[in-house]
Design a protein around this ligand. Structure first.
Ligand code: GLN
Length: 310
């Protein structure tokens, strides 16, 4: 039987894909053409142990954009580049609202947390770099270090999300008016849109989750990407805010810090044990992949991964 001690490679992941595939329902996101045209039947799962063992199953070669699965990693890079100062600039309380809610913290005008759009627009702006291009490069370098391979941007998705992200522009302008965003609203949306458009496969995303689980050191390449303190801060906020207004239900049923995304990606991080990722485009009403959630339920039960016991 698989144990929670990282015996990732011997685990029957194909069977998880088969069983989770039976959960249909959900709708593919329609916000930009590239997401709307995603194949709803594609489904892949990957696990990466903190010892570097890798397992994947299903449509593991399919590339998809990170979308909001990038948010934990933008927060990590912002914390790293500001020496923790990002914690003064963004809240860490859950919103109980959708990912793009037009809402800032009352009193401070800060974004509520780094896992919703307002917060990610801000953390992307806090990453080192004097202009849009420098911040883009720093983010792509940082994300690539988390994944252990050179990642690329889908230019069409980046452009469409920059042009069509009216709510993100609204959030950026609102933060400007509160004095909490220092770069221009358009620059903030441009950098965030490019970060959302970074392409991964399910294994690369699982390595990213495993790097957080391993305290900031990539378990496949051995590279230290962020400090253990940064990794712990990020996983803590994923646990409380990672699934938007579904975070409470997610924590009760799956019990693993995770981040959902409109592309249908999910990234999970179990500190000291493993990282995991799933990809399946149909989303429930809170923007969480239906099959990804089902796979996470199975993994949590079978590998005994629930943070608060069985
Ligand atoms: N690019 C998307 C947006 O900002 C990401 C949102 C998400 O994945 N929930 O609208």
């Amino acid at each position: 039987a698989p144990s929670r001690q990282g015996e990732v490679s011997s685990y029957a992941l194909e069977s998880v894909v088969e069983r989770a595939r039976e959960h249909d329902g959900g709708e593919v996101d329609r916000s930009v053409p590239a997401l709307a045209s995603a194949d709803p039947d594609v489904f892949a799962v990957a696990l990466v142990g903190v010892d570097g063992a890798v397992a994947s199953a299903g449509d593991e070669d399919v590339l998809f954009s990170l979308q909001s699965a990038v948010k934990p990693f933008l927060f990590a890079l912002a914390l790293a580049d500001t020496g923790g100062g990002a914690l003064d600039r963004v809240g860490i309380e859950p919103t109980g609202e959708s990912f793009d809610a037009i809402k800032l913290e009352s009193g401070t005008g800060r974004p509520p947390n780094p896992m919703v759009n307002a917060g990610a627009l801000l953390t992307a702006a806090l990453v080192d770099g004097d202009d849009v291009q420098a911040r883009d490069e720093r983010i792509l370098r940082g994300l690539s270090a988390f994944a252990g391979r050179q990642l690329t941007v889908d230019e069409e998705i980046a452009r469409d999300e920059h042009l069509m992200g009216d709510r993100n522009h609204a959030l950026a302008h609102l933060m400007r008016s509160e004095g909490t965003l220092e770069v221009t609203a358009d620059d903030a949306v441009a950098v965030y849109a490019r970060a959302c458009a970074v392409l991964v496969d399910v294994e690369a995303l699982a390595v990213m989750g495993a790097t957080l689980a391993a305290g900031g050191r990539n378990p496949v390449t051995g590279q230290r990407v962020v400090s253990a303190d940064v990794a712990r801060d990020v996983v803590s906020v994923m646990a409380t805010c990672g699934v938007y207004d579904g975070s409470g239900r997610w924590m009760r049923s799956v019990g693993i810090p995770a981040k959902s995304s409109v592309s249908g990606a999910l990234v999970l991080s179990v500190p000291g044990i493993l990282g995991a990722a799933t990809f399946s485009p149909p989303l429930d009403e809170r923007g969480t992949s239906v099959r990804g959630h089902a796979a996470a339920d199975i993994l949590s039960a079978e590998l005994d991964l629930h943070a608060f016991g069985r």
